[in-house]
Design a binder for this molecule. Sequence first.
Ligand code: HEC
Length: 190
Amino acid sequence: MSEELKYHKGQLIEGHEFDGIRELDNPPPPWLMYIFYISVLFSIAYWIYYHMTDAGPSQEDEFNQEMAVVAKADAQRVAEMPPAATTASTDPADLEAGKALFMEKACFACHGMAGEGNAIGPNLTDTFWIHSCDFTEVIKVIKNGVPEKGMTPYKDQLNQKQTEQLASYLMGLVGTNPANAKESQGNECK
Ligand code: HEC
């Protein structure tokens, strides 16, 4: 071993000196080794807990648990949803919202600004109805439309609440007798 090596903290690995090029044994610092040992121990414990004994949940179990939580929350949300209204609302806020939707969704284009009807759509202010004056039937017409007669289905554009507000507004139009009202169509319903 050469003189200068004595001052080096590493040991020369036996037989690892060639042409003056030496390989020294420099062990990694203890803190690094501890991390290494701990991770080996951790991996053994992990393997026993999750794989050998199946004590811990697998990824699939965790996924199913999370999905069960979501499904439960969803079922609760549906259960808490208010039932579909069967009668028209008379709440001014609903009627106001219905009127706004009548404009926003351009119902007026075929039914007139005041619901008086025009060349395309029927008068919605008289007591005659082509389909039915029943609130829930009016809702169905708005949702499903009458495509073969030119009435657009709105179920993709309006939620239940909005459809109810709109139908309530229409029920309130009956008897308003606007100017230029279109002649009545359908059957009278009082
Ligand atoms: C593209 C034209 C058009 C638009 C837009 C339109 N409608 Fe109609 N609507 C019609 C036509 C045409 C009829 C008649 C259908 C029939 O003869 O069966 C009708 C029928 C109806 C009826 C049934 C009337 C009855 O006498 O039974 C209701 C209610 C109604 N529309 C509401 C609405 C609402 C609310 C909107 C806006 C969200 C709307 N409509 C937008 C054309 C339209």
